[in-house]
Design a binder for this molecule. Structure first.
Ligand code: FE
Ligand code: FE
Ligand code: ZN
Length: 276
């Protein structure tokens, strides 16, 4: 069985997200741990988180994939932005302990002029300041499209971050199909080759989750504009190949497609049908 779900709003609380996903026909989901653009976070009610933990256990959900704020930038040229990012990451890790045993995905960062090398250094430094061996969360670096000065647009860049992190067992990678494609990896014509590269450079053991999106733009465009499944340049056949690929088996698939509830329900149904 595939593990499929979509990004949900946290405004009604944690248990509510679990109930929503059940009604959507999925068995995993993503949410922003705080306002994705503003960075402020409202406190989690521990009882609410505990009810979600029970709900997902009773309904055999796969791992959940929380998403860090877009404003969190561990490698900004601006020191204040960097420190804010570090503070967000620290708080988010504490909050994740209320839903232990899941994933926390974030955008490695944008170096805003410092250069990729320095960016990699700062991201690893930030992770080393926060990751602890007793944490119950695995932190995922998201593969990026390479828009602006984004770090993490190649498997090599991601691995260079991982290389510098002390507690490597707390790290994984989230494979965003739109981003990987926009970064220049041809997952339509050369999926096996791309996954072999991933394995050689990072190792498939680090592949923990998939952001399952079509792309509005062509391979190598570095644009990062998500599209509904089958409505973009990746196309439904290639997306199906990805979902059915043996190395993707059992990974949580998170839809971040431009959809309303009905659209998500329909895409979750489509993906579930591939596995019937
Ligand atoms: Fe993302
Ligand atoms: Fe994504
Ligand atoms: Zn994106």
């Amino acid at each position: 069985m595939i593990c499929i779900g979509c990004h949900l709003s946290v405004t009604k609380g944690y248990e509510a997200m679990g109930k929503t996903m059940l009604s959507f026909g999925g068995n995993t989901f993503a949410w922003f741990t705080r306002n994705p653009r503003g960075g402020k976070s409202k406190p989690i009610i521990p009882e609410d988180a505990a009810r979600l933990n029970t709900l997902i256990k009773e309904n055999s959900f796969g791992p959940l994939v929380a998403h860090g704020s877009y404003t969190m930038n561990l490698c900004s040229a601006n020191e204040e932005t960097r420190n804010n990012g570090l503070e967000m990451l620290k708080q988010d890790m504490e909050r994740m302990e209320l839903v232990p045993g899941h994933y926390y995905n974030f955008h490695p960062g944008s170096h805003t002029g410092l250069g990729t090398e320095k960016g990699i250094e700062l991201i690893a430094e930030g992770l080393n300041a926060v990751l602890r061996p007793e944490m119950n969360t695995i932190v995922l670096l998201e593969t990026m499209a390479g828009k602006g000065s984004e770090v993490g647009k190649s498997f090599e860049e991601l691995q260079r971050i991982i290389d510098r992190v002390t507690y490597k067992d707390k790290l994984g990678v989230c494979f965003d199909t739109c981003h990987v494609w926009d970064a220049g990896y041809d997952i339509v014509n050369n999926l096996d080759c791309v996954l072999t590269q991933f394995d050689k450079i990072i190792g498939l053991n680090r592949l923990k989750a998939v952001h399952f999106n079509d792309s509005k733009n062509d391979c190598g465009s570095h644009k990062d504009r998500h599209e509904k499944l089958g409505k973009g340049m990746i196309g439904i056949e290639a997306l199906k190949q990805i979902a059915l690929h043996p190395v993707m088996e059992k990974l949580p698939f998170i839809l971040e497609t431009p959809n309303d509830d009905e659209g998500y329900i329909s895409e979750i149904r489509t993906v579930n049908e591939w596995f019937c």
